[in-house]
Design a protein around this ligand. Structure first.
Ligand SMILES: [Mn+2]
Length: 244
């Protein structure tokens, strides 16, 4: 049996073929899995569980059917869908996990998370993250009318693009938007685990590294912009593969 990990699908109405690919994946190989873990940025944007988007409704019904078939579905919020709440999770039949979480995978403790917490060199982003994860900020935001929240999300995306373009211009894009090696090393040591699985950076890879004299592995899931990306884990090992 296999446990599946995906992240960074960035589903929205503009790329219906990716939403369909996700539907086929959930109705197909996910039905045979031990569990499905979604490590954030399932959606391109999320402004509240009361947003009646077709994509949100489709994803909830697909995941609910998967859960009802006996496959547990776990979700960690990403930086795009950090406002996804208990209502939507219940509709989709998924269990929300904190970021990061340690799970036991075929006898091995593994740290899972979205991955943005490891990108500590991007100070401006970490400040924005801290602000928007504050319960008071979220309560105030969610109290606004849906149209105002959708406008804010559009603005935030434009600001994020401008921030990244600025980093590109002064040549810091490659390092600043990737994980900080010191933070990665510290995370392995603090949690006492040998494996981290995350997404967010859209740099799919299996990194073998040594921290504190131990061999460790950091697996980065890929995004679903052009194709799918899935990590399959079973008793014999792990395989990071693309889906189309
Ligand atoms: Mn992300």
């Amino acid at each position: 049996m296999t446990t599946l990990f995906i992240s960074d699908l960035h589903l929205d109405a503009e790329r219906p073929q990716i939403t369909e690919l996700f539907g086929r994946f959930v109705r197909g190989e996910a039905r045979e899995a031990d569990a499905l873990y979604i490590l954030g940025d399932l959606f391109e944007a999320w402004v509240g569980d009361d947003d009646p988007s077709d994509t949100g409704a489709f994803v909830a019904s697909e995941l609910k059917a998967l859960g009802d078939s006996g496959v547990p579905v776990f979700f960690i919020r990403g930086n795009r869908d950090f406002l996804l709440g208990a209502d939507y999770a219940a509709r989709a039949g998924m269990r929300l996990l904190p970021d990061p979480s340690v799970i036991v995978l075929y006898g091995q403790p593994v740290l899972i998370g979205h991955g943005d917490l490891l990108c500590t060199d991007d100070v401006a982003y970490q400040q924005f993250r801290a602000q928007t994860r504050h319960p008071a900020w979220q309560a105030q935001f969610l109290a606004q009318p849906l149209a105002a929240r959708l406008a804010f999300a559009q603005q935030a995306r434009a600001a994020s693009k401008a921030h990244q373009a600025g980093l590109k211009d002064d040549g810091r894009m490659e390092t600043i938007t990737d994980v900080a090696p010191d933070t990665v090393a510290e995370t392995f040591a603090r949690y006492g685990i040998d494996t981290i699985i995350h997404g967010h950076t859209h740099r799919p890879a299996v990194h073998a590294l040594e921290v504190g004299g131990r061999s460790r592995t950091r697996i980065v899931l890929g995004d679903w912009y052009e194709q799918g990306s899935v990590l399959r884990v079973d008793r014999d090992g792990m395989q990071l593969q693309t889906l189309s």
